[in-house]
Design a protein around this ligand. Sequence first.
Ligand code: AHG
Ligand code: MN
Ligand code: MN
Ligand code: MN
Length: 336
Amino acid sequence: MNRSILTLDEFTIQQLKRFPSATGELSGLLRDIGLAAKRVNVEVNKAGLVDILGDTGRMNVQGEEVKKLDVYANGHFTDVLQRGISCAGVGSEEMDDFIAFDDEISRQSKYVCLIDPLDGSSNIDVNISIGTIFGVYRRVSERGTAATQADFLQQGRSQIAAGYIIYGSSTMLVYATRRGVNGFTLDPSIGEFCLSHPDIKCPAQGTIYSVNHGNFFEFETGVRKYIDQCQQKDQQEGGPYSQRYSGSMVADMHRNLLKGGIFMYPGTAGKPGGKLRLLYECNPFAFILEIAGGAATDGKQSILDIQPTTLHQRTPFFAGSREMMDALGDCMLCAP
Ligand code: AHG
Ligand code: MN
Ligand code: MN
Ligand code: MN
């Protein structure tokens, strides 16, 4: 192994050394997330050979069938965060309410986390890439007390860090802080995430658009106009574009982040709020995109400026390359 390649631990400690005022709690939290990711990765890679596929027979607060891997991943991420020293509590797609860790060390901790422990659950049983999404906030409640709802209902712009794990052809952990976006690939030979994609920037323009066309006729006019534009791009206009949509937000967003592109989950006549959850799907990706030079909106405002009111609220979501987002905005502005 090339000695110059930093592991996640070495990278977070290197960042810590650059800022002597840092306490190391965020570095510790990121390492904890890396540990949980490695544990989930083992089961994801064996899925089909162990009893981890299929449904639990339960519905979650979202009204979705809960998969065994949803529960397994939720357990590992909440356990590792509770056992660490950096996190005072967790809000999760798979838990009706947030949990405030009630031990003394956790009550003193600086941060809270919001997680989508397993994103793309519908793809688990058919071996398409899935992921985990997380956002980290400095708590607003007093240290030494239990975390409160206000700690979890902060605007996305307040995130200290946000990231995701993609369990794909390789397993990657990508996270952003205000200092940049960095990607780490799991090296199974040493069991460590290693820096493979330093300082990720989202190309300003791309030729990929990602949307569930099945809902096309329910989208508002401006969105349909933009999708028509994407379909009609010829070579003179930098086209042709490709439509790529996997049903796993993490996989589609990761590809578009690296290659350039736009991902859309608009509201529909039946579901004006769309499907994706603000706190643990949209805010983390909006933070990552804005740090990487892209953009993320609900069609009107930056996702990061939305003031949350409930843990599982949904929002229309448009995110990706800045120039493609500008073109979408033009279509939505000039729509009747
Ligand atoms: P989750 O598996 O965490 O519930 O999230 C699924 C989300 C997201 O990953 C994906 O982009 C979207 O659902 C797909 O929704 P549709 O099947 O309605 O297109
Ligand atoms: Mn789900
Ligand atoms: Mn999800
Ligand atoms: Mn999920």
